[in-house]
Design a protein. Structure first.
Ligand SMILES: [Zn+2]
Ligand SMILES: [Zn+2]
Length: 273
């Protein structure tokens, strides 16, 4: 099988642990063909209030060069796996220029776009949202995710139904309606989304499943959305974690190909080979 893990953090972000080398070793243990570091971007936007300490959210600007150097060094050292240089970048409406600056200045293989907060509400993590009900959270989150796709600033979109991490899903009819709207917009924008296994292991609600749900993924396929794979590892042992659940989903929905990236150029690979 040709499996990749494109969503891997480093301790620079302030909430991950271990050495980069250990993440690479784990990817080799799991038999992955490609891995990519995609640590959290240094904060490029100014939140109106200091709800989140910079060091908890992502690396600081001064760490960026060291991050890039360390990934390139590992890439040159390990020849049995292809090591990609990525970055996970928050989509913050109104900060597109700054986003474009950071995502075009460096030799990235890919940029992952994420929605972790709804700026109109708060700059705190959406999973900790207390002021709004799920009925509001899901549509607003999906709309911001669709906007991220439409901005065309990113190569991959992360965890597209992240609110299920903390909030019960809406009733199936309503959920399906929202999923369909999202899938249509993602398809029109030519998006690649990630099958992210973090939901299997990382939630206070227990195993909430891979992001996205199978129903949403099916709609995505119908609307021409492409996929890639990430674990969202914040510790070495989570590299490639629960990828059996990811391949099960790929099989169930009928995705034969995954997207891989090189210097921000996409190509498609049959993962079952
Ligand atoms: Zn993180
Ligand atoms: Zn994320």
């Amino acid at each position: 099988m040709y499996l990749v893990d494109y969503h891997i953090h480093t301790k620079r972000c302030g909430h991950a642990c271990g050495e980069e080398r250990e993440y690479v070793e784990e990817a080799l243990n799991k038999g992955l063909r490609e891995m990519g570091f995609s640590d959290h971007v240094p904060r490029f936007y100014n939140p109106p209030s200091p709800e989140v300490k910079v060091t908890e959210r992502g690396m600081v600007r001064e760490e960026l060069d060291g991050y890039i150097e360390s990934v390139i060094k590992l890439r040159n050292e390990y020849k049995d796996i292809s090591i990609k240089l990525g970055l996970e970048v928050d989509f913050v409406p109104g900060w597109e220029e700054e986003t474009a600056a950071i995502t075009t200045q460096y030799p990235w293989d890919y940029i992952i776009g994420s929605v972790h907060f709804i700026p109109e509400w708060s700059y705190g993590y959406i999973a900790n949202e207390k002021e709004h009900e799920p009925e509001e959270i899901y549509p607003v989150y999906f709309d911001q995710m669709a906007q991220a796709a439409e901005s065309r600033l990113f190569d991959i979109l992360a965890h597209v139904d992240l609110p299920k991490r903390s909030f019960p899903r809406l009733d199936p009819g309503k959920m399906a309606e929202l999923h369909k709207d999202l899938a249509i917009r993602l398809g029109k924008a030519g998006a690649v989304i990630e099958l992210n296994s973090y939901g299997v292991r990382g939630s206070k609600l227990g195993d909430v499943g891979v992001y996205p749900d199978q129903g949403l993924l099916r709609l995505c396929r119908q609307h021409g959305v492409k996929v890639t794979i990430g674990s969202d590892a914040h510790r070495p042992r989570d590299v490639g974690a629960d990828f059996n659940r990811v391949t099960e989903l790929l099989n169930n929905v009928g995705y034969r190909e995954i997207a891989v990236f090189n210097k921000r150029k996409r190509s498609m690979i049959e993962w079952e080979d």
